[in-house]
Design a protein around this ligand. Structure first.
Ligand SMILES: *Cc1c(COP(=O)(O)O)cnc(C)c1O
Length: 426
């Protein structure tokens, strides 16, 4: 697979290099400049998730990664069912993995690909999290040989459950509670990546959402969704994607470029930079505001250049997207309306995608909104809004009983660096 830096087309890398480097010069994203469509789509759709995903990713990646098939079998070990939520509307439930978030797909695939391409090199994943990503990355890299993980999170600023998912693993996963806010955690990570000799010494990698491997893994579940529909429903499919950094949407558009027949609805919360841009043509990010759907609280989505590049490459006008954005009170109303109508429980991110989909859907179309997190991950909000009580899935219940193994450190780079070097025995 050939990828190019979207800011400097002279920088060309293989898939392996793109995975190891994450980002290119001048913070440019890596992306292919052509995508060959799949030739045997009907046959592919008749296959189960794992063999189908093996064919799709082998087609995209080419001959790199000799053990790609085994990686996929190991990474995609849980289901992504399409569940009826309303008339002509389904939820693609992507939350049946180990941390109950769709990020498990990308993180598990990336962990295994990195394990395969690192060679003899020892790697250290350093990531700052305000919740979901850190949990998915920690779980995905747990017990991966030759790779250590350090997750930083702001003390008291993530949910009890999220902290349990990050800080009860141990072994090669270190959880570091920073006495500060999320931005300070992120600054510490940035400082570490700018510390070139340290970066070299410990083989630093970020595992963040701009890594191309995470994105490619997500392409597969769009096919999985369509494969679960009947022939007639497959004719006019509409996906509604709850967007934060727009990685999930990019993956869906790659599936479309590969030949999957569908149109896409962009769903945002009050952080609506893209919907306003599509309406006015002016890119004008506002201050990010906190909402119920906090994984979408992003006003400068870092995958947007990939969406534009792909649309340019395929000749799709940006005006072909439908889009919508919702306030918290609209989100709550939607959750209640859907629950009362059909009994389906959607957490805030999925609820936004459901409502913008319903607003956009035309007669004869089949809608699929992406369920990006399990409702139990937002237990207290969902229980308050729907006046009901939710049970924690068994894996979460067990994890929530375990003691925390986190250390606490001040938001100070020298202290963090000393801690990491000591832990890694350097
Ligand atoms: C990360 C996340 C999103 C946003 O996905 P992007 O790929 O960043 O657009 C939506 N919902 C949930 C629950 C998430 O964790």
């Amino acid at each position: 697979m050939e990828l190019f830096n979207l800011k400097d087309h002279n920088e060309q890398v293989s898939f392996t290099e793109a995975v190891l480097r994450g980002i290119g010069r001048e913070q440019g994203l890596f992306f292919p400049d052509r995508i060959e469509p799949l030739s045997d789509l009907d046959e592919l759709l008749s296959l189960p998730l794992v063999p189908r995903s093996q064919r799709i990713l082998r087609h995209l990646i080419g001959s790199e990664i000799p053990n790609l098939e085994a990686i996929i079998e190991d990474a995609f070990s849980f289901r992504a069912p399409v569940v009826k939520a309303d008339e002509n509307i389904y939820c693609l439930e992507l939350f049946h993995g180990p941390t109950l978030a769709f990020k498990d797909f990308g993180a598990r695939f990336m962990a295994r690909v990195l394990g395969s391409v690192r060679g003899e090199q020892h790697l250290t994943i350093l990531t700052a999290t305000s919740g979901d990503t850190g949990a998915a990355v920690a779980a995905a890299f747990y017990e991966q040989p030759g790779i250590d993980v350090v997750v930083l999170y702001p003390e008291g600023k993530i949910s009890v459950l999220q902290e349990k998912l990050i800080a009860t693993l141990g072994k090669n996963v270190r959880a570091v509670r920073i006495k500060g806010i999320f931005d300070e955690c992120q600054d510490l990570v940035k400082t570490a990546f700018d510390d070139l000799s340290f970066k070299q010494q410990i083989g630093l990698n970020s595992a963040n959402s701009i890594n191309i491997s995470r994105l490619l893994a997500q392409v597969c579940y769009y096919f999985e969704a369509v494969a679960q529909l009947d022939e007639k429903e497959r004719e006019h499919v509409v996906f509604s994607v709850p967007c934060g950094n727009f990685g999930n949407l990019t993956a869906g558009l790659v599936a479309k470029a590969l030949g999957l027949k569908a149109r896409f609805v962009i769903s945002c919360n009050a952080n609506d930079t893209v919907p306003r841009y599509l309406k006015s043509g002016v890119w004008d990010p506002h201050q990010t505001i906190a909402t119920l759907s906090n994984a979408m609280d992003i006003s400068r989505p870092n995958n947007w250049p990939r969406v534009e590049a792909l649309c340019r490459m395929m000749g799709w006008p940006l005006s072909s997207f439908d889009y919508g954005s919702m306030t918290d009170s609209e989100t709550e109303e939607t959750m209640r309306r859907l629950y009362q109508k059909t009994g389906y429980i959607a957490e805030p991110h999925a609820a936004i995608a459901y409502q913008t989909l319903q607003n956009s859907l035309k007669p004869g179309e089949t809608g699929i909104f992406l369920g990006t997190a399990h409702p139990a991950k937002f237990k207290s909000d969902v229980e308050r809004i729907l006046s009901t009580s939710l049970e924690l899935p068994q894996t979460l219940q067990q994890r929530s009983q375990l003691p925390l193994k986190a250390v606490s450190l001040p938001a100070d780079y020298a202290g963090l660096k000393a801690y990491i070097l000591k832990e890694l025995g350097r």
